[in-house]
Design a protein around this ligand. Structure first.
Ligand SMILES: NC(=O)c1ccc[n+]([C@@H]2O[C@H](COP(=O)([O-])OP(=O)(O)OC[C@H]3O[C@@H](n4cnc5c(N)ncnc54)[C@H](OP(=O)(O)O)[C@@H]3O)[C@@H](O)[C@H]2O)c1
Length: 325
């Protein structure tokens, strides 16, 4: 058995996946950038190879001894990175890893996509077969990367995982939300009846490992999420509960905020500045994101183990321990 490559192992999701694989006795390699924080990876005994996944030759040179691949790295946090950079990381790098995996005859390749490729869900909950409708550069290039990966399925033992919103120790995406609730400054935009679906990081890692080992996973796409989704009102209420704060009651209407977000983006982005408000931020309050995870349950035996309240509690504790809330 060769080594297991986890790309994006210096990030939130990849670090949990890589350390779980290492704990289970796998020999884990990660491709990192010269700027990546690798201290935790090295402590977990994960080999770090510096490689620029956007460059074919760099991937080929670093690929020695790899038998399994979990491709988790993505241009993601950089909401306003230019479109070309999203494509280089989310599409070109995927192609380089897929080609190198064929050349190395890897046993399994798991590609990490996102439920974001499906955009707003008009008729929730959505299965994997529901139509795609990416809404920004990130989602468009994630969809391109996913389609590219699936086009290799005849030549490579491959599967695709689409996570819902991920929370747990190491996350920063939901920090703003927790912080606003903790400081009693949270204001709901719109009715709060919009649906949202979260997964706790350990459950998602279970999903990745099942997708990377079960024969039923080959050639398939799986949405991996928690046992239930909620309205934003309920989610924010649960966050307030775990933080020991009153449930927020303030709300403002959607229409003027969305118009302001569109205007901010139109003014700030051409100047190379990050807009204080932009449509993707408002979409969290606007787009229904609720998913049916029965395919993963049925084909993979996937079973979320951490309920939403417990996951939110652990996430809040981690933010507290780091002095962020
Ligand atoms: N977080 C969510 O709620 C969510 C939901 C659905 C899907 N996803 C997907 O889940 C995956 C992981 O997300 P995350 O939240 O864990 O992201 P994250 O914490 O931002 O980690 C991203 C990882 O990708 C790496 N990366 C970015 N650009 C790179 C490049 N040019 N070359 C090499 N590595 C690069 C980063 O390396 P550095 O450490 O060097 O920056 C980091 O290790 C992504 O594929 C994302 O699309 C996330």
């Amino acid at each position: 058995m060769g080594k297991t490559l986890v790309t994006g192992a210096s990030g939130f999701t990849g670090s949990h996946l890589a350390s779980r694989l290492a704990r289970e006795g796998r020999s884990v390699v990660s491709f990192v950038r010269p700027t990546s924080d690798v201290s935790a990876l090295e402590e977990s005994g994960i080999e770090c190879r510096v490689a620029d996944i956007r460059e074919r030759r760099s991937v080929e040179a670093a690929f020695e001894g790899i038998s399994d691949v979990y491709h988790v790295a993505a241009a993601y946090r950089t909401e306003h990175a230019d479109r070309d950079e999203f494509r280089r990381v989310n599409v070109d790098a995927t192609r380089h890893l897929l080609d190198a995996s064929i050349a190395a005859a890897v046993r399994r390749f798991v590609h990490c996509s996102t439920v974001g490729v499906q955009g707003n869900i008009d008729d929730p909950p959505a299965t994997e077969a529901y139509r795609v409708a990416p809404g920004d550069h990130y989602q468009e290039t994630k969809l391109e990367g996913e389609r590219l990966a699936l086009s290799y399925a005849g030549r490579l033992p491959l599967s695709v995982v689409r996570p819902v919103g991920i929370h747990g120790p190491g996350d920063r995406r939901f920090l703003k939300l927790f912080r606003a609730v903790d400081r009693m400054r949270f204001v709901m935009i719109g009715s709060g009846r919009t649906l949202y679906h979260m997964t706790y990081i350990d459950d998602l890692v279970d999903g990745f490992l099942l997708a990377g080992t079960r024969p039923e996973a080959l050639g398939e796409v799986f949405t991996i999420g928690g046992a239930r989704y909620t309205t934003l009102n309920e989610l924010v209420g649960l966050i307030a509960d775990v933080l020991g704060r009153p449930r927020p009651r303030l709300r403002i209407p959607m229409a003027p905020i969305h118009a302001a977000a569109v205007a901010c983006e139109a003014v700030f982005t051409p100047l190379g500045l990050n807009p204080p408000l932009y449509p993707r931020r408002v979409e969290f309050f606007r787009n229904d994101r609720a998913f049916d995870i029965s395919k993963a349950r049925r084909l993979l035996g996937y079973q979320p183990r951490v309920d939403l309240e417990e996951g939110l509690r652990r996430t809040a504790e981690w933010y507290r321990r780091h002095g962020w809330i």
